[in-house]
Write a protein that binds this ligand. Sequence first.
Ligand SMILES: [Zn+2]
Ligand SMILES: [Zn+2]
Length: 301
Amino acid sequence: MEYAYSTFHRPVHVPHRLTFWGTRGSIPTPGPHTMRYGGNTACISITGPNGQLTVLDAGSGLRPLGHSLMPARGRTLSADILLSHTHWDHIQGLPFFKPLSAVGNRFCVYGAAQEGVPLQEILRRQMDPMVFPVPLEALAATLEVHDIGEGEISLTDFRVRAFRLRHPGTTLGYRLGPTTGGREIAYLTDNELGPGGTYPVSDDWRDRLVEFLAGTDTLIHDAMYPDRFIKVRAGWGHSTPRQAVELAAEAACARLILFHHEPEHDDATVDELLADAREHARRVAPKLIVEAAAEGTGFLL
Ligand SMILES: [Zn+2]
Ligand SMILES: [Zn+2]
């Protein structure tokens, strides 16, 4: 099995390609120390087999994705946007997503309501005049917002299954399978695999998660904290690279991509965490390929 993990300078939207536009957790961290893994918060694009664009999370990485789509001016654009949850680092790119200001464009956003507040209302509040000059209703494009929970939805190019994660608020992990068949990927960010925290999930949550992942080729997983840190961060809703390796091993995934890098970590620290995760994988799952998500890179599905 071959994996082409390539960097590009000029983003290209090729069918069946996944691209990382934002890999960081919590807050954007631009600067010379985060040049390689990137400073934008969570955003991934996937161009499906029929050319339809699917976006995972709308962190600040959504802004450069929007810019890369603008040269397609003259023809309208549509995309499905799946939100893991509505913490800031997963929605803050939306007000700066240029294609939302073009008439004729159409976007469908899917994600969970939070504490009885519908997703559309949460997105609207992020653009309240008190904190942002342009309200959600003023955007020229058509925006459809759908509240979803665990279960299955069908998009143009993907069958999507959602699974509730262990994270404050209602947070969904997604498994995407191309409708035409082929490698499946899972996107599980903001997920606490360790024992910390109290979340409204069943006792057999871990077994159900492994079942949910069975047969996926690539797992993109939260790997925010190093082992030495996880005890003091118990209950914050995140995992370590080693915990992500163990989940990928248990679910027999072929590849793991570490995601949601801690904002305090510079490139050298992410390198160290990746090296340690690979070392751990050599012990528990020698065939598992382990990478760390880097902004501006991607792969063919
Ligand atoms: Zn986050
Ligand atoms: Zn979060």
